[in-house]
Design a protein around this ligand. Structure first.
Ligand code: GDP
Length: 434
C-alpha cells in the first residue's frame, strides 16, 4: 500500500493537512460512532487511488532536546516507511535553519518529496513564498488552510507518482497473523516457539512492496502466515522512540493481516500502547486475540485469571467478545491453544450467514424487541443481508433508519454475536431505507 508521510517543523500546519486528507474519506466510509481513532494514521484516497497518511508530528514529545530529536525521528520515519513525503513549510515564518536541515535529510532519501507552503492566504503571501526557492527546488505547492485551496494539484501529482507495481500475494487465501505488543512483551519468543524444525517450512518473502515479511508456518496441523514489517527496525535511543517505532511497525503489519494477536505483559497489565494496538485492529476490522504472556511469572490465587480478564475487558470498552488467553511463550504453555483460537477467530471473520437463515433468526428478534418508538413513529425492520466484505458487515432494511439509535445497533450486534458466533471479530451494523 502507498504511504504518504507529512514532515515539517511543529505548527507549520501538518495536522491541518492530515485532517483534510482524512475527513474526505472518513465522511464516506467510517460511519461507526464511538470508535477511538488513532489521530496519527489514517486512510484517504484520491481519484480512486487509496493511500495511507502518517502525520509524523503526532508524537511530539516534551523533553529537553525533543525538538531536534523530534525532527530527526519524523524524517527517519518518513524515509523508512513512506512511499511519498510531504515536506511542509510555513510562509508566515519564512525559511528557517531547521527547514534547511530537514530538506538536506530528505534530499538524501531516494523518494519523491513534495514541498508544500502553508498559510499562503493572499497574493502577497504567494509572492513571499518564492523565498523557498532558496532550497534549490524547482517546484512547490501552496496551500491555504483558510480558504482550503491547494490540495488538488498536490494530490494529483502524489498519486500519479505512486509506484504501480502489482503485488501478487504468494500466500493468498492463508490466514495472516500479526503478533503485536509493546517491546519486550515476548513477541519474538512466541514466534520462535512456533518454529518447529521438523514440520516447519519457513519462507521469508521480502514483499514486493518492500515492507512486509511474511513467514509461512505449519504448526499443530494449521497453516498460517506470520506477518512482520521490515521497516522500523532501527535501534531507538529512548523509551518513547522505542514505543513510537514499535507502534508504527504494528500499524503496517496489522494492515496486512487478518488476525492480530495482541500480546500483553502479565507483569505490567493492560497499558496505553496495548489500547492503541487494540484500537487499530478494531478500526481495521481485524480479528483479535488477546494473549497475556509471562503468566509463569504471576503468583496465582483462585481468581487471578478472572480478575485479570475483567480488568482488560473494563478497559477495552464495548467490544469485549474477544478471547483472552494466559500463556507463557517461554515455557510454551498454551501455545497450541493460541494457534487454535486464532484459527477459530479467522473462521469467524470469514463466516458468511445465508440470507434466508439470517432473516429467519433476526426478524423474530426484531418483532420481539423492536427499536423504541420515536415521536409516535415505529421502526419496522423488514429484511437483512450480510455484505460480501472480508469482515462481517450487515445491512438491515427498514422504514425509518434515522430513528435507530446507537443502543439499538449495539443490541443488534449482540444478537448477531449470540446467534451466529463472531467471537474476536468486529462487526458493522448498518440500518438503511428499504
Ligand atoms: P519482544 O520484544 O516482544 O520480541 O520480546 P522478546 O521475545 O524478545 O522477549 C523479551 C524478554 O522477555 C526476553 O528476555 C524473554 O526471554 C522474556 N520472555 C518472553 N516471554 C516470556 C514468558 O512467557 N515468560 C517469561 N518469564 N519471560 C518471557
Amino acid at each position: 500500500s502507498n504511504i504518504v508521510a507529512i514532515v515539517g517543523r511543529p505548527n507549520v500546519g501538518k495536522s491541518t493537512l492530515f485532517n483534510r486528507f482524512l475527513e474526505r474519506r472518513e465522511a464516506i466510509v467510517d460511519s461507526t460512532a464511538g470508535v477511538t481513532r488513532d489521530r496519527h494514521y489514517g486512510k484517504s484516497d484520491w481519484n480512486g487511488v487509496e493511500f495511507t497518511v502518517i502525520d509524523t508530528g503526532g508524537y511530539e514529545v516534551d523533553t529537553e532536546d525533543a525538538f531536534q530529536g523530534e525532527i530527526i525521528k519524523q524524517v527517519e520515519l518518513a524515509v523508512d516507511e513512506a512511499t511519498s513525503i510531504i515536506f511542509m513549510l510555513n510562509v508566515a515564518e519564512g525559511l528557517t535553519d531547521t527547514d534547511i536541515e530537514i530538506h538536506e535529510m530528505l534530499r538524501r532519501a531516494n523518494k519523491p518529496v513534495y514541498i508544500v507552503v502553508n498559510k499562503a492566504d493572499s497574493a502577497r503571501e504567494e509572492l513571499a513564498a518564492t523565498e523557498f526557492y532558496q532550497l534549490g527546488i524547482s517546484k512547490y505547492y501552496t496551500m491555504s488552510s483558510a480558504t482550503g485551496s491547494g490540495t488538488g494539484e498536490l494530490l494529483d501529482d502524489i498519486v500519479r507518482d505512486f509506484p504501480t507495481t502489482e503485488y501478487k500475494d504468494p500466500f493468498e487465501g492463508l490466514p495472516k497473523i500479526t503478533i503485536a505488543g509493546r517491546p519486550n512483551v515476548g513477541k519474538s519468543t512466541l514466534t520462535n516457539a512456533l518454529l518447529d524444525k521438523e514440520q516447519n517450512i519457513v519462507t521469508d518473502v521480502a514483499g514486493t512492496t518492500r515492507d512486509s515479511i511474511q513467514t509461512l508456518y505449519n504448526k499443530f496441523g494449521h497453516e498460517f502466515v506470520l506477518v512482520d514489517t521490515a521497516g522500523m527496525r532501527r535501534k531507538a535511543k529512548v523509551k518513547e522512540d522505542l514505543e513510537f517505532y514499535s507502534v508504527m511497525r504494528s500499524v503496517r503489519s496489522i494492515e496486512y493481516s487478518d488476525i492480530v494477536i495482541i500480546m500483553v505483559d502479565a507483569t505490567l497489565g493492560w497499558e496505553s500502547q496495548d489500547m492503541n494496538i487494540f484500537g487499530l485492529a478494531q478500526k481495521n476490522r481485524k480479528g483479535i486475540v488477546i494473549v497475556v504472556n509471562k503468566w509463569d511469572l504471576v503468583e496465582k490465587e483462585t481468581n487471578t485469571t478472572r480478575d485479570f480478564e475483567e480488568q482488560i475487558k473494563a478497559k477495552i470498552g464495548q467490544f469485549t467478545d474477544i478471547p483472552i488467553l494466559f500463556i507463557s511463550a517461554l515455557t510454551k504453555q498454551r501455545i497450541l491453544k493460541t494457534v487454535e483460537v486464532a484459527m477459530e477467530v479467522y473462521a469467524n471473520r470469514a463466516k458468511k450467514i445465508k440470507t434466508s437463515k439470517l432473516n429467519e433468526i433476526m426478524l423474530p428478534v426484531f418483532e420481539k424487541t423492536p427499536p423504541p418508538a420515536l415521536k409516535g413513529k415505529y421502526v419496522k425492520i423488514k429484511y437483512c443481508v450480510q455484505l460480501p466484505t472480508p469482515s462481517p458487515q450487515f445491512v438491515f432494511f427498514c422504514n425509518l433508519p434515522q430513528y435507530v439509535k446507537e443502543a439499538y445497533k449495539r443490541f443488534t450486534e449482540n444478537q448477531l454475536r449470540k446467534h451466529f458466533g463472531f467471537t474476536g471479530v468486529p462487526i458493522e451494523v448498518y440500518f438503511r431505507q428499504k
